[in-house]
Design a protein around this ligand. Structure first.
Ligand code: HEC
Length: 209
């Protein structure tokens, strides 16, 4: 009975916390922003240091400079990444996946709002494959992959990640501590929930689970 009551409470609290974002909605902060941050904001590309004529893709306001809400075909950020020969990202970087391109199109079609969703943070069962790697895939691997490892750090697999964990660089950089370079580069910190999950995984021994 006690278990039933507490799980009912959990359901009620959970639904109370979620903003009205339906299944088909695209959440800017969690789904769209990381595509731009991880694929377009490297040095010399679209960050706050970009020269005047280049768009800054590290913030909502910056991205909106290239968006006409509801009209993807009039939106520079979409027309540059879509079609047979997209001009962006430039040749030395991998193309965006068609899934990411479609998601950006859908977000523009739906009005290109600055949407966020506040899910409760569940860091009870933290694993590398289920909790930590998906954060890297969303926010980091565009700049830290096998062909393009920023500062020699490749975050695409456990084996290639662990050295930066053991050196303290990984946690230092995502927590914006002291002399470490703040990550993800050129944009806001990860959410407290994502940082808590990574910190807990490290505290529990940073195993390959
Ligand atoms: C836009 C590209 C970009 C993104 C996105 C990015 N990084 Fe980096 N990262 C870099 C570059 C470039 C460097 C080297 C910076 C330097 O040496 O000044 C770096 C350095 C680092 C370092 C070494 C820091 C230090 O002080 O030694 C770590 C650790 C790191 N990144 C982890 C991450 C993680 C984790 C994420 C995702 C949460 C991430 N990065 C996202 C480009 C990026």
């Amino acid at each position: 009975m006690k278990a039933l009551v507490s799980s009912l409470c959990a359901v009620i609290i959970f639904s109370g916390c979620v903003k009205k974002v339906g299944n088909k909605d695209v959440v800017f902060k969690d789904q769209i922003l990381p595509i731009f941050v991880s694929n377009c904001t490297m040095s010399d590309c679209h960050n706050s240091l970009s020269k005047k004529h280049m768009i800054n893709l590290t913030t909502y306001e910056g991205i909106m400079q290239g968006v006409v809400p509801r009209y993807p075909l009039l939106s520079e950020v979409y027309t540059n990444i879509s079609g047979r020969n997209p001009s962006m990202p430039t040749k030395q970087y991998p193309k965006l996946s068609s899934k990411d391109v479609e998601l950006i199109k859908l977000w523009i079609n739906m009005g290109a709002t600055n949407s966020t969703i506040d899910l409760p943070c569940d860091s009870s069962n933290v694993t590398f494959s289920g909790s930590v790697k998906p954060i890297f895939t969303t926010w980091c691997v565009g700049c830290h992959n096998t062909t393009n490892p920023g500062k020699g750090i490749d975050l695409t697999s456990y084996e290639s990640t662990i050295a930066s964990v053991n050196s303290g660089q990984l946690l230092g950089s995502i927590k914006h501590i002291g002399a470490f370079t703040p990550m993800p580069q050129n944009t806001d910190k990860l959410s407290d929930c994502d940082i808590a999950k990574i910190a807990k995984w490290i505290r529990q021994g940073a195993v390959n689970n």
